[in-house]
Ligand binder design. Structure first.
Ligand SMILES: Cc1cc2nc3c(=O)[nH]c(=O)nc-3n(C[C@H](O)[C@H](O)[C@H](O)COP(=O)(O)O)c2cc1C
Length: 156
């Protein structure tokens, strides 16, 4: 299952492309907020949590969860941080993957560690794309490679 958060649509595109490649169910994280650059950046930078709507799909049903998120102010958006903290117990026995499209792409490696801290466990793998890459075919190859990793059966 793919759980994504997206303000302006880039990570929605990433999530939809991945969902198509691995034939996954997909659900958007919803904090019910109108987007506001300063409040969003401030909440992310100060590592706030926010109220998020409960997922409609049952996480327990899935073995693999792919989280797709932007980077805001060098951090996770508050809604994503909240999702990881609220759901980490239910994600314990699962393979969890991280994909992110952000302005700086691979230069935002630290976001993986920040997400690991919230989740209290490692991701199987992480894909960091930049906004510029998403506009080019280069992202398609990276998304296909990432999807192939996810689709591989778990090793014993
Ligand atoms: C409030 C805010 C803060 C951002 N901060 C960063 C940042 O610190 N580093 C970065 O690489 N991109 C940053 N970005 C750019 C987004 O991560 C990037 O445009 C991303 O693709 C947006 O995804 P979305 O369209 O799914 O919302 C920021 C964007 C917003 C709106």
């Amino acid at each position: 299952m793919i759980v994504y958060f997206s303000g302006s649509g880039n990570n929605k595109r990433v999530a939809e492309k991945l969902a198509d490649l691995i034939k996954a169910d997909i659900e958007r994280l919803d904090d019910g907020q109108r987007r506001c650059f300063f409040r969003d950046g401030f909440q992310a930078a100060t590592q706030k949590t926010v109220a998020i709507k409960q997922l409609t799909k049952d996480l327990d049903y899935y073995d693999d969860i792919v989280l797709v998120t932007p980077v805001w102010a060098g951090n996770l958006p508050a809604a994503v941080r909240t999702f990881l903290l609220n759901y980490k117990d239910r994600l314990l026995g699962k393979r969890v993957w991280l994909a992110s499209c952000s302005g700086s792409g691979e230069d935002n490696k630290e976001i993986v560690n920040k997400a690991i801290k919230c989740l209290s466990k490692d991701f199987e793998a992480a894909l960091l794309l930049s906004d510029a890459e998403l506009k080019k075919a280069k992202a398609d190859q990276k998304l296909q490679d990432f999807a192939a990793l996810i689709a591989r059966p778990p090793s014993c």
